[in-house]
Ligand binder design. Sequence first.
Ligand code: S3P
Length: 258
Amino acid sequence: MLEQLRAEIDECDSILVATMKRRFQIAERIAEFKIEQGLALYQPDREAAILAKLAGGNQAYPYGEQMKTLYETIFRLSRAVQMAAMLPFNVVLIGFMGSGKTSAGQYLASVGGYAFVDTDQEIEKKAGVSISEIFNRFGEAHFRKLEAEAVAAAAACTKTVISCGGGAVLDQANVQRLKQSGKLVWLDAPAEVLYERIKPQGGRPLAADKGMDEFRELYCRRREYYLAAADWTIDTENKAVSEVAEAIMRMGAKLETK
Ligand code: S3P
C-alpha cells in the first residue's frame, strides 16, 4: 500500500517538475516582453489575481494556506528568473550618504530574488561594533581597510545587490573589484535633500558634526568619484524606493549607459 502511494507521489512530482520547468520558461519569455515594453518586473496586481483565482490562502478551500505559501515561493523564483534576464550581473549601488542605497538595494533584492549585501552592515557584523565606534576608536584609515575587505567579499558574490558605503569608491582598487562584479549605479540627489534625509538618522561619523555647508562641500568633492565610477546614474530626489528599484531594472533591461 505504502509503495503504491509513494509511486503516486512520484508521478505527481514528475508532472510538477515538468510543469514548473515550463512555467519558468514562460516567465523568461515574459521577461523579454517586459524588457521590450519597458514594463516593471514586479506586478503585484497580477500576483494577487493569480492567488485569488487559485483561492490560495483561503482557509475554506482545501490546502488554501499551503497553496498561498507555495505560490509566494513560485512568484519569488519566477521574479528571480526574470531579474536574471534583466540584470545578469550584480547591481552595485554607490552614492553619497542618504542617497537610499540600503533601502533601494533591499527592495530590489527582495523583489528580484537576489541576495543583498551592505558593506557597512558586514563591517559592523564582523567588528561587533558600530561604524561610529570604529571611527572613534580606530580612526578612518582603519575603517577604510575593513571596507576594502568587505568590498572584496561582496564583489565575489553572484546574483547580489551590493550597497556600498558612501566612501567606498574613493579607493580605485575597490572600484576595479566592483566593476568586475557588476554594474555600478550611482544614486544621486541634491546635497540639501541628502542632508535632510540623514539628519534624523545619525550613525554617520562623517556627517555627525557637519552643518549644511560643510556637508555640501564634502558632497561636491565626492561627485567626481561617483561620476567616474558609475555605469548608470539615477536621480532619486522625488522617487520612492520602489521607483528607484524599477528604474534600475529598466536600465538593466535596455542596457542604457550613464
Ligand atoms: C561614509 C559613508 C557611510 C559609512 C561611513 C563613511 C562615507 O555609509 O560607510 O560612515 O565616507 O561617505 P553610507 O553612505 O551608507 O551612509
